[in-house]
Design a protein around this ligand. Structure first.
Ligand SMILES: Nc1ncnc2c1ncn2[C@@H]1O[C@H](COP(=O)(O)OP(=O)(O)OP(=O)(O)O)[C@@H](O)[C@H]1O
Length: 595
């Protein structure tokens, strides 16, 4: 299992950036090649239209006005107006197209990332703060898409203008041109020196940003605990330290990032000085005054795109630290996948067998399940009981194949689970976790999560069967009442009833239920039991049971301890045996009596 990470600990990357990552990034641009070419075309046309302005002005001043040639003047004015409109149109197109390409890139990358996240095992989410996953999907991808769309087009237009300027410079005087390029190798060396340090500094910064995001996310999720224990001050202090770390890392990164721009500025000034020096020395011999003046003008034109390219390079180096994290998440492999020859599990009846199943979470850890065997017949209710950490949830995790067994076999209707596709298995199973998750939306939507194509009438019917209908109708907007993520506005018992309705709607053959341990009033308890009885009808069910009523009605009770089944049988038999179950039951019973 992955090493656990916390919000105050920097994440270590499995693989660092390599140049293939840029090629991989380029793949995202491929579908937009034509659009990008159109944008470039519009930049070129727009630039020509703008450059035309001064020329038209020159013709007007030198010819049309002195000659009082109104026809020419009208023609020039008309051309000028058209060129302005063309430039305006090109500019608008560029902004619109680039924004759209950027947004599409954002969708493409985010979707790939999100799709992969959907396949990752619980262990991946358990091993790091969720805020660190969020920042990759939201912020890092934003930065990249902007760089790819906007930055790349600017880069290409800068390169074009650089090449055109160089062509003009070489045409005017190739010797002076070579002289003005003499300092470029120093610039490249400087850039290489800076980028190595910059990448390290930005990697540190992205870690701190990630920690900050994780801490904010965690503290919002845990706000009730914070306020319940009056730990607000502690939370603010921790936040302070995380936020300061972020500022320090940012300052270090920016210090290095801007080490490149003065280098470019200095070298550009030195080049101009050099050209003055060489030009004046050779003035009248090889170089004319006009050439020197024109040349110095071009040198300015030359450095502008160089500075822009330098800035792009800066952003690119920064972005690589985000890129490596995005690709890391995209490349994260699910631990449980379909076998190459996996087939779809046929519609199941619900006969389940564990044959000598052993399993460990950590490769080098102890066995968490040791040689477990049992047989659940179609339609039976199996209660799993035992002390905390015994292995009850592990049994149900293996049954849903959230993990692969290390040895032994689990079969449904005599089909080995390792041979079937995960989708065909999980769509036929209803899994209810102890803490029912409510998504933000209406009560209706939340129940419909069990089967998305269910009609409103089917949702209501399921809610009635699950005994959830009564409480839903007391809410101010009934089924259309909006609930928030996690469902804090409704009670724990009501959340369970909604979960029952959700599963009833899905109508799985096998039901897996981790019963909530939260204290529930007797009225809700009775409703829950009625809802549960409805759920259990006609399906094979595995219940990590905490309620005595559930346990007593089970067809089989498996008592788990330390990864073993230590006792199995019906309630009355196990009580009569006076063994581990008896003690467990007795202590729970006494506890309930005491309450
Ligand atoms: N994701 C995990 N990674 C590593 N070890 C785990 C993981 N989940 C559970 N374990 C360990 O496996 C053992 C069995 O845990 P399991 O969750 O199955 O117990 P349980 O009987 O369901 O307990 P509880 O009643 O407290 O939920 C425990 O020792 C637990 O620490």
């Amino acid at each position: 299992m992955a090493k656990r990470n916390t919000s105050n600990e920097d994440e270590q990357l499995k693989t660092h950036f390599n140049w293939h990552d840029y090629a991989r990034l380029g793949q995202y641009l491929k579908p937009y090649t034509w659009r990008m070419l159109l944008v470039l075309g519009s930049i070129l046309i727009g630039n020509v239209a703008i450059i035309l302005g001064p020329y038209l002005m020159k013709v007007a001043i030198d010819q049309a006005i002195p000659q009082r040639n109104f026809q020419l003047l009208w023609g020039l004015s008309g051309t000028f107006l058209v060129s302005l409109l063309v430039a305006f149109g090109c500019f608008r197109y560029r902004i619109w197209a680039i924004t759209e390409i950027g947004q599409n890139l954002l969708i493409d990358m985010r979707t790939d990332l999100f799709k992969n996240l959907q396949k990752l095992p619980f262990a991946y989410f358990d091993s790091r703060p969720h805020g660190k996953i969020l920042i990759r999907v939201v912020n890092y991808i934003n930065t990249l898409s902007d760089l790819l769309a906007n930055g790349l087009v600017n880069l290409i237009s800068d390169v074009i203008s650089l090449v055109i300027t160089l062509i003009f410079m070489f045409a005017i005087n190739w010797k002076l041109t070579l002289d003005s390029l003499v300092l470029i190798p120093f610039l490249l060396l400087w850039a290489y020196y800076v980028q190595k340090r910059q990448r390290t500094a930005f990697r540190a910064l992205s870690n701190k940003q990630s920690n900050l995001n994780a801490y904010i996310h965690e503290s919002i999720a845990g706000i009730k605990v914070t306020q319940g224990f009056a730990q607000e001050e502690h939370a603010v202090n921790t936040f302070d330290s995380v936020v300061n770390d972020n500022r320090d890392a940012y300052m270090r990164a920016v210090k290095i990032q801007y080490a490149l721009s003065p280098g470019v500025q200095n070298i550009s000034t030195m080049t101009t000085a050099l050209i003055y020096f060489i030009g004046i020395q050779q003035l009248g011999v090889v170089v004319s005054t006009g050439t020197l003046i024109a040349f110095l003008g071009y040198i300015n034109n030359f450095w502008n795109p160089v500075i822009n390219i330098g800035n792009f390079y800066n952003s690119l180096v920064t972005a690589t630290t985000y890129l490596e994290r995005i690709f890391e998440t995209m490349d994260e492999q699910p631990t449980v996948t379909d076998a190459p020859d996996a087939f779809a599990l046929p519609p199941i009846k619900g006969d389940v067998r564990f044959n000598q199943v052993s399993f460990r979470y950590d490769e080098d850890g102890p066995l968490n399940l040791d040689n477990v065997s049992f047989h659940a017949k179609v339609g039976q209710t199996i209660a799993l009981v035992g002390p905390t950490g015994a292995g009850k949830s592990t049994i149900i995790n293996l049954l849903s194949r959230f993990y692969n067994v290390n040895s032994g076999q689990i079969t449904i209707d005599n089909v080995d689970l390792s041979q079937v596709t995960l989708e065909s298995l999980r769509t036929q199973m209803g899994v209810m976790q102890q803490d029912t998750f409510i998504f933000s939306g209406t009560i209706m939507d939340n129940i419909r999560y069990g089967r998305l194509d269910a009609t409103d009438a089917e949702v209501v019917a399921a809610a009635k069967l699950a005994r959830a209908d009564t409480f839903i109708r007391t809410l101010k907007a009934g089924y259309q009442t909006e609930v928030q993520e996690r469902g804090d506005s409704i009670s724990a018992g009501q959340r369970q009833l909604l979960a029952f309705a959700r599963v009833l709607l899905a109508d799985p053959r096998i039901l897996i239920l981790d019963e909530a341990t939260a204290a529930i009033d007797t009225k809700t308890e009775a409703q829950l039991q009625a809802g549960l009885n409805e759920l259990l009808k006609g399906r094979t069910s595995f219940i990590v049971a905490h309620r005595l009523s559930t346990i007593q009605q089970a067809d089989q009770i498996l008592v788990i301890n330390n990864g073993h089944i230590v006792e199995a049988g019906r309630h009355a038999d196990l009580i009569a045996k006076r063994g581990e179950y008896y003690e467990l039951y007795d202590s729970q019973y006494r506890m309930l009596q005491a309450e």
